[in-house]
Design a protein around this ligand. Structure first.
Ligand code: AP5
Length: 218
């Protein structure tokens, strides 16, 4: 199963990618997670990416393309992968196509998660994350057992720096301008499947599983 998850910030891509990876034993490649890890570790790449991320802007194509190329060569991708948050621009999509072709591979599906703008803003502004184990919660929709603390490791939860209102507005604008054109790009290549992501997490996962059913039976 080789899948790309498309959709606006906060639509639930990361939540669904985690479930898919666990249930079907495929690798989850999240460029957002990889970049946040680089920022935490204060690597050169992390220092370069931080300003873009805090402002809600995209990190330059060359940086993310290099990251993804490296991950696709990893043995953990042998059984397939889900790309969460990549590609996000047409040049990134073109580079992904070339990288896969060089390995005699192709994408099976591009899933386009769809939720109203209003719901996306609610999901992003209520998100809380664990800075230690990276688990994600929501103040209304996925509450931790003890308010403010991570269920998995007990650490205090924080709000992502790009989940502040001004950064959310920028991210949505950047999505409309730079990422939304990928819907047409993949539609033209007959790879796009829309998924209604407005319901609860388990309901969305059922829709997703139906769309991906043909590809998990290979
Ligand atoms: P990234 O981390 O990829 O951010 P994003 O695409 O904006 O997506 P999010 O992680 O915000 O949301 P999501 O759709 O994964 O939703 P989630 O499942 O968490 O990227 C961050 C930054 O890194 C970018 O702005 C950019 O700077 C840089 N970057 C990353 N990739 C890049 C690339 N390819 N090129 C250039 N730059 C790049 O859910 C959100 C919340 O909603 C959670 O609280 C969750 O609990 C809740 N929720 C989830 N599903 C549901 C549901 N069904 N019902 C109710 N609540 C739900």
């Amino acid at each position: 199963m080789r899948v790309v998850f498309l959709g606006a910030p906060g639509v639930g891509k990361g939540t669904q990618a985690e479930q898919l990876a666990a249930q079907y034993q495929v690798a989850k490649i999240s460029t957002g997670d990889l970049l946040r890890e680089a920022v935490r570790n204060q690597t050169e790449l992390g220092r370069e990416a931080k300003n873009y991320m805090d402002q809600g802007q995209l990190v330059p194509d060359a940086v993310v393309i290099g990251l993804v190329r490296e991950k696709l060569s990893d043995v953990s991708c042998a059984n397939g992968f889900v790309l969460d948050g990549f590609p996000r621009t047409v040049p990134q999509a073109e580079e992904l196509g070339k990288a896969l072709a060089s390995k005699a591979m192709a994408l099976d599906r591009v899933v386009n998660f769809q939720v109203s703008r209003e719901d996306v803003v609610r999901r992003l502004s209520g998100r809380r994350s664990c800075p230690k184990c990276q688990a994600t919660f929501h103040m209304d929709f996925a509450k931790p057992k003890v308010e403010g603390f991570c269920d998995r490791c007990g650490e205090s939860l924080v709000q992502r720096s790009d989940d502040r209102r001004e950064a959310i507005e920028t991210r949505l604008k950047v999505y409309d301008e730079q990422t939304a054109p990928l819907v047409r790009y993949y539609e033209e290549r007959k790879l796009l499947s829309p998924v209604d992501a407005s319901g609860a997490v388990d309901v969305v996962f059922q829709h997703l599983s139906q769309v991906l059913m043909p590809y998990r039976m290979r």
